[in-house]
Every structure is written in C-alpha cells, then in structure tokens.
Ligand binder design. Structure first.
Ligand SMILES: NC(=O)c1ccc[n+]([C@@H]2O[C@H](COP(=O)([O-])OP(=O)(O)OC[C@H]3O[C@@H](n4cnc5c(N)ncnc54)[C@H](OP(=O)(O)O)[C@@H]3O)[C@@H](O)[C@H]2O)c1
Length: 300
C-alpha cells in the first residue's frame, strides 16, 4: 500500500484531506501504546484527517492523539465535535448544548490536543437519535449555537464549522454561517440522510458519514444503545466481496466513495489490520454490475 492519500483528496473547507480518514472514537478503550500504534499507522498510510471529540473518554482519545502525533504534520486536519460532555458513572455522557458549554468544549479540545486552533469543529445536534436526545434546557436554538461557533472562529480558536446529526432544514438554516462539512449517520443500508448529502454536494460541503460500517456504539460505554446492523453483513455485499476478492467492509466503504464525490470517510477501528483493510477501499474497483446491485440495496 502506498503512502499517498488513500482515495485521493477532497476539500474540507480550506483544507485538502484524504478521502479515507480515521474515526478515533474507539481508541478510548485502548491504552496509549496500542492507540498510538493505530494512529501512527494511519498517518503512515496517508491519512491526514482524524475525527475525535473531547468526550471520547475524559479527553482520553485527544490525549492519545497528542501523545502519538504531536508535533503535528502541517497537513494533518484534526476535526472535533461539541454538544456533549463526559461525566462520571453511572451515565458517562451527557448533553452540553448551551453556547457557553460549546465554548468550554473547544477550550478542552485545545488544551488536550495541544493546539492553538481546532481546524474544524462539528456542532453535534441532539434533536433525534442515535444517541442522547435533547430535552428541557438542553433544547437550544441552532442560531444561538452557530453565533457562538462563529465567534470562536472569529477569535481564531476554531478554523471552520461543521454540523452533525442535522436535518435538511437545519442544514439550510445554517448555510449562511459557512458550513464546511456535515457528519450524519449514513451507510449502504442507512440512506436516511440522502437529501442532506445532496444538499452538501450542491453547496461544496464535505459529506462525512459516521457509522459507515454500522457503528461501534454497542462496544462503548454510551449504553443503552443497541447494536446497529452492519452493512458488511448484507448478503449483496458478501456476494460482491467474494466476487471481487475484497473484504465486505472495503466494499461498503468503496460504495460510499463511488456514490458521492464529496465524501470523506472516517471508519473507526481498534485494529491495525482493519485499518489497513479500510484504506484498501480506495483501490476496490466496483464494476457497473456491482454498483447497480449495491445502489439497489434498500435501507434496513
Ligand atoms: N458525529 C457523531 O455523532 C458521531 C457518532 C459516532 C461516531 N462518530 C465518528 O465516526 C467514526 C466511525 O464510527 P464508529 O467507529 O462508531 O463506526 P463504524 O466506523 O461504522 O464501525 C466501527 C465498527 O466496525 C468494525 N470494523 C471497522 N473496520 C472493520 C473491518 N475492516 N472489518 C471488520 N470490522 C471492522 C469495528 O471493529 P474493530 O475495532 O474490531 O475493527 C467497529 O466495531 C467514529 O470513530 C467517530 O469518530 C461520530
């Protein structure tokens, strides 16, 4: 495998990122050495886009990233998200949607990652699942949150603004703020955000699907979330993978890359073998028959 950017590159606002990046959420459960090995292998193989959050552990994942990769390469784009925070047991995660809380989380990212500016920060809305759903005083108007993020950008503490878990209407509402990416749950078998994807494509916004392989939510301490089906287990995927001599995971990722040119992937894994497999999605060639069959797979 070469060390060029896997899958080529795509624009993420002012940055140029590899079309296959790495979602670091699961590193929370690895120790510093094991997490560092995965991160360094990703960068070695051309990944220059990492997805994280201060609430992946009590900044645990950010600390892993800093320990493994700081001082950062000039072209490394670390993307974080705000909208939740870590608390103690028994419920490890709680929403933190207020503008002042968003600012606190950016500060936490800056100190734990050792950055002067977080390149991109996604506002993670919680109007609907997966995950926690906002209620009571956590129901905060989107415009108030955007105003805070714009202020943070004007102050130079964040480089650009993204959105996560948003409806089409919310995305349209936020466009004047200058949105560089949208991160919604999306995969071969979950196309509920197809409309948002198309709106992003029209507006030059990067599409960064989370759960492209069905998620690792069931393996993290964010209970009580059930296992989300994996597209890699779909019979059509298994058949095409066998025919093409690729793994089912790589076929799922290759389909998303082929489906939308504005996509940048952030599959998550704790395994170097799986990381390498996911990066090989860049070289899986889906022929016309395979694409047609995969296109026709309907959301579960
Ligand atoms: N914006 C948001 O609200 C939000 C929410 C959740 C996640 N995210 C971001 O999105 C990223 C991706 O989400 P995710 O990690 O939950 O889910 P995912 O990428 O859909 O799937 C991860 C799961 O697939 C397995 N896997 C990965 N590569 C594999 C391969 N080649 N073969 C077989 N199994 C494989 C992993 O297990 P192994 O560890 O065993 O490989 C893990 O169980 C996260 O890391 C996080 O950065 C964002």
């Amino acid at each position: 495998m070469t060390s060029q950017h896997p899958g080529g590159t795509v624009k993420l606002g002012p940055y140029e990122i590899a079309r296959i990046g790495y979602g670091a959420m699961q590193l929370e459960k690895l120790d510093r050495t094991a997490a560092g090995a995965v991160l360094r292998r990703a960068v070695e193989l051309g990944v220059n886009h990492l997805d994280t959050a201060s609430f992946y552990g009590h900044t645990t994942v950010n600390q892993h990233i800093r320990a493994a990769l700081h001082p950062y390469a000039d072209d490394l784009v670390i993307v974080s998200k705000v909208g939740a925070r870590r608390v103690g047991a028994p419920v490890p995660l709680t929403l933190a949607q207020h503008p002042s809380q968003l600012r606190e989380q950016v500060q936490l990212d800056l100190t734990s990652l050792g950055l002067d500016q977080v390149p991109v920060v996604n506002l993670r809305r919680a109007d609907q699942g997966p995950g926690l759903i906002a209620e009571g005083d956590q129901l905060v108007p989107l415009d108030d949150q955007l105003a805070e993020l714009i202020a943070l950008r004007n102050e130079g503490l964040i480089g650009a603004i993204g959105l996560s878990n948003v409806s089409t209407q919310q995305l349209k509402q936020a466009l004047p703020a200058g949105i560089v990416c949208v991160q919604n749950a999306y995969s071969l078998i979950n196309r509920s955000s197809e409309e948002q994807l198309r709106l992003c494509a029209t507006n030059g916004i990067a599409w960064i699907p989370y759960f492209p392989l069905g998620s690792a939510f069931d393996r993290l301490p964010y209970a009580p979330f059930d296992r989300i089906p994996s597209p890699a287990e779909h019979p059509v995927v298994l058949r095409i993978a066998a025919r093409l001599g690729a793994t089912p995971a790589a076929v799922c990722l290759a389909w998303i890359l082929a489906h939308a040119g504005n996509t940048a992937l952030i599959p998550g894994t704790r395994s170097i073998a799986h990381l390498e497999d996911n990066l090989r999605a860049a070289v899986v060639e889906l022929d016309e028959d395979a694409l047609a069959e995969l296109d026709a797979v309907v959301s579960a």
